[in-house]
Ligand binder design. Structure first.
Ligand code: HEM
Ligand SMILES: [Cu+2]
Length: 572
């Protein structure tokens, strides 16, 4: 369908800005593996410090790119399936809030005033603009949901007995999860961190801040993932040459995410002493609940691919694997999706280890963690985002993809890179290699007394895989921006490779209405989080003063009454 000029521009900017920033994000990924392998034995390179780079890397790749993309993709999905454009005024206000917020946070990070990593745990303190900018980015991304809800309700009124398109349902579920979980982080930022960063309050309840952060932080990973799921259910079967095995399975999986994605954040706090064991156990148990929608998805997609392969002439039990369009340039999205899914198998398996409270003790804060989550967020999520950005742009702008042969190879290169990279990091993690550490200064520096030779092979694998990922990432940017600078040669239309469903399943009201699911979501949230927040408020230990990223000594404050604070003023 044709898009209005205003909506088209909006979508281009929302795809283009984070992809331009990605050059900085991926550059720092490369730098991290170089430092960590001990090739560089310094605290900074080109005036950018390790932790400053790590903050830029996490924030740009995992927060800015994913949020901008989700909003742009949401606009495209709602417009395409409901055949109406969203309210442009709301959409542009949301765009400007997100963009101004990103610029503020980028300034704070680039000037070295907010090297607090993307989790910004207190007592590390960043510049107030970092927190304000993040809050603006988040609140800006809320606005479209209210407008989409209005569009959806009007559509429902006009089509009371038609099944809600699966993609629309997924997009709404995703932004409902996002809205609910970001309420907690907005509270953390605006009520706890910002006044404290401004120096208005002397100290902070670290456990409460962490609990509010992870209320948001785990659901964040589903906010990353659901746009990719929408693509896997709706577009992958068609790209493979087949049909979606079950549309109902997709609905059930998406609704289950409403239940299981938020009330599990405490699984990131297994080592936080203030939270009691019972809550940790309960949330660990709920975490395994996420395996249900994941397996539903895995089986449904596998069945859809098998159907496609057989239609393409495959024989035997697994013959269908050989009959899929892996290198078809006209269907390059298939390559981005299938590579993402292969990587995700390992991401899911390593995630089960993290979720088990006992096993978590072994890998907590080791390189295993980045080994795991690069196979989720930098795997299926990243590949779906970049592939789809290219697809939407080239279709809506009517431009042919620049270097189409390279475009179809990139995901394979990325997959090879990431499997090597994550093998190195996971193996390293199992033998104690820490994450968030500039290893080149000490453990990977043969001249240092802490030199640890066991970590040479693991960090070398990380380096090798990281270089391959870097090359693939840069090639993608060449393909994307090369396409942007091409001339229009095709009809410019928003288009998606929509899959039919294989069976004609009848509409079941329970799986076509948000109300019961939202009610269940509220109940589980209260059961899971009231006790956790109660622990965080009543049993947090001493409150912490402010620390700047570059010094282990707290920043003294005139009104500071904690013992840390007095120590600090004594050292002055
Ligand atoms: C060239 C590609 C990439 C390389 C070589 C790379 C490398 C790394 C390394 C080595 C770390 C761990 C550093 C440490 O803990 O000391 C890391 C952290 C991280 N990476 Fe990547 N990465 C790449 C791409 C990505 C992408 C595409 C995403 C997300 C879409 C991503 C998200 C993250 C996040 C969220 C962290 C955690 C930051 C933190 O601990 O605060 N990375 N990356
Ligand atoms: Cu989690």
């Amino acid at each position: 369908m044709k898009l209005s000029t205003s909506l088209k521009r909006l979508i281009y900017w929302e795809l283009g800005i984070p992809l331009a920033l990605l050059s900085i994000g991926i550059y720092h990924g490369l730098m991290q593996v170089i430092y960590r392998a001990g090739v560089l034995r310094d605290s900074s390179f080109a005036k950018l410090d390790y932790y400053q780079g790590l903050t830029l890397h996490g924030v740009i790749n995992a927060v800015v790119l994913t949020t901008f993309f989700a909003v742009a993709f949401g606009h495209a999905i709602m417009t395409f399936y409901l055949k109406k454009e969203p309210n442009k005024k709301v959409a542009w206000i949301s765009f400007w809030m997100m963009t101004i917020g990103t610029v503020m946070a980028a300034w704070a990070m680039l000037s070295g005033k907010a090297s607090v990593l993307y989790t910004f745990y207190p007592p590390l303190k960043g510049h107030p603009f970092f927190y304000l900018g993040s809050a603006l980015l988040i609140v800006g991304s809320w606005l479209p949901l209210f407008d989409w809800a209005r569009m959806y309700m009007r559509w429902k009124k006009e089509n009371p007995t038609t099944k809600t398109p699966l993609a629309v349902l997924g997009n709404l579920a995703n932004f409902i999860i996002w809205f609910v979980c970001t309420l907690a982080v907005a509270y953390e930022v605006l009520v706890l961190l910002l006044p404290w960063a401004m120096g208005w309050t002397p100290d902070i309840n670290v456990t409460l801040a962490r609990t509010l952060f992870w209320f948001f932080g785990h659901a964040l990973v589903y906010f990353w993932l659901l746009p990719a799921y929408i693509m896997f259910y709706n577009f992958l079967p068609k790209l493979a040459g087949g049909k979606l095995y079950s549309d109902m399975a997709g609905r059930i999986a998406l609704f289950l995410f409403l239940l299981f994605s938020v009330p599990v954040g405490v699984h990131h706090q297994f080592s936080d002493p203030s939270i009691t064991k019972g809550i940790k156990f309960f949330q660990s148990f709920l975490t395994f609940g996420v395996a249900i929608p994941s397996f539903i998805t895995a089986f449904t997609l596998a069945a859809s691919l098998e159907y496609a392969g057989r239609r393409n002439g495959a024989k035997g039990l697994f013959g269908f694997f050989k009959k899929l369009p892996y290198f078809d340039q006209s269907r390059y999205l298939f390559a981005y999706f299938i590579c993402g899914l292969i990587i995700f198998i390992f991401g899911g398996l390593t995630g089960m280890v993290n979720a088990s409270a006992e096993l978590n003790n072994t890998i907590h804060n080791t390189a295993w963690l980045p080994g795991h989550f690069h196979m989720t967020v930098a795997g299926p999520v990243f590949l779906a985002i970049v592939g789809m950005s290219l697809y939407i742009y080239s279709k809506a702008a009517g431009k042919r993809v620049f270097m189409p042969k390279v475009a179809v190879i990139i995901p394979y290169l990325w997959m090879i890179g990431i499997l090597i990279f994550s093998t190195g990091l996971s193996w390293g993690g199992l033998i104690g290699e820490p994450r968030r550490t500039n290893l080149g200064l000490t453990y990977l520096n043969p001249e240092h007394e802490l030199f640890t030779p066991e970590w040479v092979p693991t960090t070398m694998l990380g380096l090798a895989g990281g270089i391959i990922m870097f090359v693939a990432g840069m090639l993608f940017l060449v393909v994307f921006f090369g396409t942007v600078f091409r001339k229009k040669t095709e009809p410019a239309e928003l288009e998606f490779p929509v899959s039919e469903s294989l069976h004609n399943e009848k509409r079941v009201p329970l799986f076509d209405s948000f109300k019961p699911w939202l009610a269940a979501m509220a109940v589980i949230l209260v059961i899971a989080y009231v006790p956790a927040l109660k622990d965080a408020v009543t049993n947090p230990g001493p409150k912490a003063p402010r620390f700047a990223p570059e010094s282990p000594v707290p920043i003294s404050s005139t009104t500071n009454v904690t013992n840390y604070g007095t120590e600090a003023s004594e050292t002055k």
